[in-house]
Design a binder for this molecule. Structure first.
Ligand SMILES: Cc1cc2nc3c(=O)[nH]c(=O)nc-3n(C[C@H](O)[C@H](O)[C@H](O)COP(=O)(O)O)c2cc1C
Length: 187
């Protein structure tokens, strides 16, 4: 089955948003027509980009890059679960993206963002043109969660009514594009 990778972008100690990524993983697993993998950038633990060659050559020096490359290579589509830091995405996700090239190419991606009143939307808007560098399909439908802290209960994300439906529609679009794009890249 095609593989959806859910990428938890916040890496900071004391982060609040990881339960949102776990919720997204659970929603995706209910589909049954895709495999699902939750990738925690905190665990991936990449240093600040340190490869000597441009990633487009795929000639990686460091073991951490080779591991990261193998991880993203097996994905067919991505859900970036991201907070908004200072009106944009966190540096952790830009760093993780910059490490690779062909591994992202042509694959579709969508977003779950969370924050205060703006619901992390500025992080999503800033991520879209980054993904365009790899000719990724940046899917219009995203899930944006305002005041997400109010929906955290005992370390779990307890979404308000309607949010899971939005997530399902978003995943439908992602899976649609995964099917269309799969012939364009090699494993
Ligand atoms: C460095 C930093 C910058 C932030 N900037 C924004 C912002 O621009 N917009 C916003 O809605 N929330 C902002 N916040 C608040 C975050 O939405 C909130 O801290 C959230 O818990 C961050 O996600 P995380 O805990 O999973 O890292 C910021 C938080 C941090 C730590």
């Amino acid at each position: 089955m095609p593989l959806v990778q859910i990428i938890a972008c916040s890496t900071r100690e004391g982060r609040q948003g990881f339960p949102v990524a776990q919720w997204m993983e659970a929603v995706a697993r209910k589909r049954g027509d895709v495999d699902v993998e939750l990738i925690d950038l905190r665990e991936v633990n990449l240093p600040l980009f340190d490869e000597p060659k441009h990633p487009r050559f795929g000639d990686y020096k460091h073991e951490h890059t080779k591991r990261w490359s193998a991880t993203i290579r097996r994905g067919d589509g991505f859900v970036f679960v991201t907070p908004e830091y200072n009106n944009s995405f966190p540096a952790s996700v830009k760093n993780a993206i910059d490490y690779l090239s062909a591994e992202w190419k042509y694959k579709p991606a969508t977003f779950v963002s969370y924050g205060g009143v703006a619901a992390g939307t500025r992080a999503v808007q800033a991520l879209r043109p980054v993904l365009n560098c790899f000719q990724m399909v940046s899917i219009y439908e995203a899930v944006n969660i305002p005041f997400f802290m109010k929906q955290l209960k005992d370390g779990q994300f307890a979404p308000e009514e309607g949010l899971e439906d939005s997530a399902k529609v978003m995943l439908d679009k992602l899976v649609f594009w995964m099917g269309r794009q799969a012939s364009l890249y090699e494993r």
